[in-house]
Design a protein around this ligand. Structure first.
Ligand SMILES: [Fe+2]
Ligand SMILES: [Fe+2]
Length: 233
């Protein structure tokens, strides 16, 4: 059933004054990219200009900060750099090999491509962390996490689990769904089904599963609202 938008009663705009908008709230915000994290991000950027990895990494960074808010046992100084650097290795893979590998069409060669982006990313991360003078113990953990962030199904520890979950949750964000849909020429409904089938059983923490459920139900509602003729705002 469709609804006639033009026939609905419009409301006239009521501009609010700046003083009517709260300046802050108690809810989590992404940790700002300042100091040494800004330095490592700027060094990572030349490696992140393939596959939308720059935006993907920033969304995953934001999701990681939200997960850290509810999982205080995870270490921010390990998780956040690992998220920023985890996909730098895609730059070392031939662009034509990327999507067949992600789609699972390329067989063992595709698995090798995915493995390669992890090991190349680990080497790049090690160099960047050395260049910015990051502590050696944290560097070792970050490099280990990057080197296996996709192919290692189980987490080594909570830090590894948060990185893996923040990476995969991105797929269910509006940006992730748009990006994956464009990669594989899928409409929103098929994109969501494709992503959901590849995401839920890989999530490792309860907060990530809760975020995934909320993002999925919102995406399904967007599709339903679109189909009913009621455009989402
Ligand atoms: Fe990756
Ligand atoms: Fe990723």
């Amino acid at each position: 059933m469709t609804s006639d938008r033009a026939a609905r009663e419009p409301l006239s705009t009521l501009p609010l004054a700046a003083s009517e908008i709260p300046l802050s709230d108690p809810f989590p915000s992404p940790v700002p990219l300042t100091g040494v994290r800004r330095e490592m991000w700027e060094r990572a950027l030349p490696y992140l200009d393939v596959r939308d990895n720059d935006a993907h990494s920033l969304y995953s960074f934001a999701l990681a900060t939200a997960l850290l808010h509810t999982l205080p046992g995870a270490r921010e100084d390990v998780v956040l750099p690992a998220v920023l650097l985890h996909d730098t290795g895609w730059k070392k893979v031939h662009p034509a090999d990327i999507l067949p590998a992600i789609a699972g069409r390329a067989g063992p060669a595709g698995q090798e491509t995915i493995r390669r982006h992890e090991s190349e990313g680990a080497a790049i991360a090690a160099r960047i962390l050395a260049d910015v003078g990051y502590p050696a113990r944290d560097t070792e953990r970050i490099v280990t996490i990057v080197d296996g962030h996709d192919t290692r199904r189980d987490a080594l520890d909570l830090d590894d689990a948060v990185v893996k979950d923040a990476d995969k949750l991105w797929r269910l964000t509006p940006h992730g769904l748009r990006t994956v849909g464009a990669w594989f020429a899928l409409d929103p409904d098929r994109t969501l089904r494709f992503v959901v089938a590849r995401t839920y059983d890989r999530l490792l923490t309860d907060p990530a599963r809760a975020v995934a459920a909320a993002l999925t139900v919102l995406a399904r509602t967007d599709i339903r609202v679109q189909r009913s003729g009621l455009k989402p705002p």
